[in-house]
Design a protein around this ligand. Sequence first.
Ligand code: BGC
Length: 749
Amino acid sequence: MTGETRLAARYLRKEFNAPGTIKSARLYITGLGFYECYLNGEKVGRDVFAPTATDYTKHVNYNVYDVTNLLNNGGNTVGVILGNGRYFSMREHGVRNFGFPKLLMQLEIEEKDGKRTVITSDETWKITTDGPIVANSEFDGEEFDANRILHGWCENGYNNSGWLNAGQVTPPGGKLIAQRNPNIQIMKEIKPVSVTPTGKGSYMVDMGQNMVGWLAIQGKAKKDKPVTMVFAELLTPEGNLYLDNLRSAKVTDRYIPAGDGLFSWEPRFTYHGFRFVEISGLQEAPELEDLTGKVIYDRMDDTGSFYSSNELLNQIHKNAYWGIIGNYRSMPTDCPQRDERMGWLGDRGMGCVGESFLVEQALLYEKWIEDIRDAQKPGGSIPDVAPDYWDVRTENVTWPSAYIFAINMLYEQYGNTRPVKEHYPAMKLWINHILSNFTTDYIVTKDTFGDWCMPPERQELIHSEDPARKTDGAILSTTFFYRLLQIMSKFADLNEYAADKEEFDQLALKIKNSYNEKYLNKETGQYGNNTVTANMLSLVLGLTPAEYQEKVFENIVAKTEGEFNSHVSTGLIGIGYLMRGLTHNGNPELAYTIATNTTYPSWGYMIEKGATTIWELWNGDTADPAMNSANHVMLLGDLMIWYYECLAGISTDKTDVGFKKIVMRPFFPEKLDFVKASYNSVYGTIRSEWQKTGNEIEWTIEIPANTTATVTLPKGMTVEIQREIKNRSITDDVTSFNLPSGKHILQLK
Ligand code: BGC
């Protein structure tokens, strides 16, 4: 992909009079791709990159701010800066371009005497492109020329005689809607861990963490001698920036000083995924405190905490957290650094559930499912990327299934039924589209990406070439489709569409039979060519008949322990089910081994090699840079779910959802001494802390008000508790009982 499209930012201004005493003022605004609004020199709000990005021909978000405190009684000035964002696309070819930046604004002022004044973005405004931001692009960076700073441009009395009159432009076409999800903000600030002279007159900055955002800098420079910052995730063995995996993204910010001496600057309309920054053009070495990493993502709270006696598990949790927040850019993206940064659906199918344990991402996902629906064709087809800035429409099943999985996540994790209702017609349309176009004899035949990025047989490969490692595409699409039908049956039920439910159930049954007929070897209990992914999906998604389940699971364990030496053998698809699959079917210790491996392929291996996020490839250190990001979240699969549901033992009941009824069912790995975890559910904080002492385990549980918990112990374990236990039952040596809200201390043996 070539064709840089960096554009100068647009500066717009208008002076106006608010004669009376102001009682209240509200700003309704959207600026595409990005706007920043100033009133009398002060920035409105703390949002950056606003509004959140959409397919602008379908929907355009606007924001509302209470700006009463920013206005004067009398003369006022409103100023707006517009950046490219995703509207004026980052590339000439390949990425959808919606046109030049645009503004729509309405400021409503109410005075004490009841008079209303409305200021709108009309032809009385002035505009210039001759401001200091001479170029901006999300892929390529921002360039700022301090000689062109427009001192006082958004205050009263500025001389704008050189500016042009703003003209009316055509609207983008999308329906204007009040944005329901929060905007992106600067959510954290971090300081570098080191600054090292490179010997070439530049300095190498190490942030100590692969982060997403930008670098704010203070330093000494010389007039017109640019200070240049180039960003990368990794260094070469020689200590230079490793840029190959960023492909065509230029990732360069440049500041041109207007005078000699001290300056301070940070960009506005670009972001980078980076740990290292090479800075050139400074007169003196920067101190650590001169540099600040501004970490940006959609405003949301942290929801989870996890700490255990195993440092590697703790570090993986930290890497996962940084990867997850780093890949929210008003949509969940695949990666934040190379010339891509798109809302790839497949990467989130299972990940979205794990993410919900770490951060409160419900509103972001509610927004994203709207993006997905916007991308749906009238016939039902859903693309692999949404918003569809890249038109990747392969009629795949596994990637688009993230649409239904995300809605199910919102329902199960947050108890949100609105998307289940509102999106039902679109979900059903897609199901029927797949059914009528890509299904033969109840086998769903279409698959595009396979079990994407499974560990390949040779370290330099991106994708495996070995047919024995690859899972048949129809196995992936049929098992996924079966699972989707189960979810649709539940959704039909929730919406009281009895006939639909019946239809989904019948169809699921036919698919199950046809699938087992075709892919299950009844002698060996193997599906297809016996990959872990094929057997695991069949088993955990409910296709395997009861009498074969044990055998199929034995094959999963045998293959994992034997051929793969107790390491992961799956890609994006299989990894979504691996950890819970092993745990719930009777081999939690193997799951624990996989989680704590430090040799290839494993999350621990990434950390051994210096990763502070999660890689795109299990072999990210040796594979081709053509597709090799150091900050993808797709290979997390169900690992974070496993941390919270299986190690801490906190999950929601699947019928009384949103943690109204909590299922507490941990397992206690032999090699783990304690876990301290919490999850802020919509009902309040759920806590689970267990600690081994000798042969006993002390387990403290906190259940929020208005919820109850069902506790289930691992087979053979018994419990002692101070207060009376209700509904205790022991079946097959498994003890279960209910607990009311409050704090409980259990002694387990
Ligand atoms: C993206 C992935 C995505 C894949 C699908 C890649 O380039 O980074 O995360 O799912 O393409 O083809």
